[in-house]
Design a protein around this ligand. Structure first.
Ligand code: BEZ
Ligand code: FE
Length: 276
């Protein structure tokens, strides 16, 4: 009979995975067990700490419902979401970089004509956003579906207001023949990620703040191109260097330029990567 101790247990668990029919599942599970055991050995995990970890993960699950996904938030603050995005969307030079999707996207956002006011009553300083969608060769991409969403002046998305029935600060436009689109909205502000759950506790326990720098989300789809999920971050924001979810990339920082009439204007071009 085989006995297990701290020296042979890892190999025994890995051997038990040998008959996993799906090759990729076997690869992932084998690596997971190896790293998990190495982690426990490296920190010399105590039983009390193991129990605390189980309690934390249980609370994380309990915090999830159809509106709140605390496990994704956990992945976000541990940098796993951004690592996965970065590994899977390495772009050729000149293409717009991707960043995290985030939890505030809504299916079936309203469609708008160019020049429309997507704020639709959201609080904030007025601004106009002008964008252009092109391929890496600089040619405009017409009829690209451009979806955008953002927080208001109080750093909140429409979906965070209990009882608000209309979409505010979000919408879908279609690029013109020249690849261009523009819309009115309000200037997005920095905001804290939801920190009233286990992930917030983790941030506090590790001396971290929950803030994301001000940004405007975009998802751009066009046939023959990789779907682009990205943000434009606001230059000068105090949290650009310490985004709680590690989503900032230098190439995604844009200028909200104050106009003579005290409104703001952002110009940003999006370069799509051909589909693989
Ligand atoms: C967001 O940008 O909407 C977001 C991303 C990750 C976690 C929380 C919010
Ligand atoms: Fe966001």
């Amino acid at each position: 009979m085989q006995e297990y101790d701290q020296h042979n247990l890892t190999q025994a668990v890995i051997a038990r995975l040998a008959d996993t029919p799906n090759v990729r599942t076997r690869e992932i599970m084998t690596s997971l067990v190896r790293h998990l055991h190495d982690f426990a050995r490296e920190v010399r995990l105590t039983e009390a700490e193991w129990e605390q970890g189980i309690r934390f993960l249980t609370a994380t699950g309990h915090k999830c419902d159809d509106k709140r996904q605390e496990f994704i938030l956990l992945s976000d603050v541990l940098g796993l979401s951004m690592l996965t995005v970065a590994m899977n969307h390495e772009k050729p030079e000149g293409c717009t970089e991707s960043t995290v999707f985030g939890p505030f996207h809504v299916e079936d956002a309203p469609h708008y004509e160019h020049g429309a006011d997507l704020a639709n009553g959201a609080k904030g300083e007025p601004c106009v956003v002008h964008g252009r969608v092109t391929g890496a060769d600089g040619r405009p991409i017409a009829d690209a579906v451009v979806e955008t969403w953002q927080a208001d002046a109080d750093g909140r998305y429409d979906v965070q207001y209990e009882g608000l029935e209309v979409a505010q600060g979000r919408g879908v436009l279609t690029s013109g023949d020249d690849g261009r689109f523009h819309f009115r909205t309000v200037v997005a502000q920095a905001y804290p990620i939801p920190d009233d759950g286990p992930v917030g506790e983790l941030l506090r326990a590790t001396g971290r703040h929950p803030w994301r720098p001000a940004h405007l989300h975009f998802m751009i789809k066009a046939p023959g191109y990789e779907t682009l999920v990205t943000h434009v971050f606001r230059r000068g924001d105090r949290y650009l260097d310490s985004d709680a979810v590690f989503g900032v990339r230098k190439s995604l920082i844009g200028d909200w330029v104050r106009q003579p009439d005290s409104t703001y204007r952002l110009d940003f071009d999006f370069v799509l990567n051909p589909a693989r």
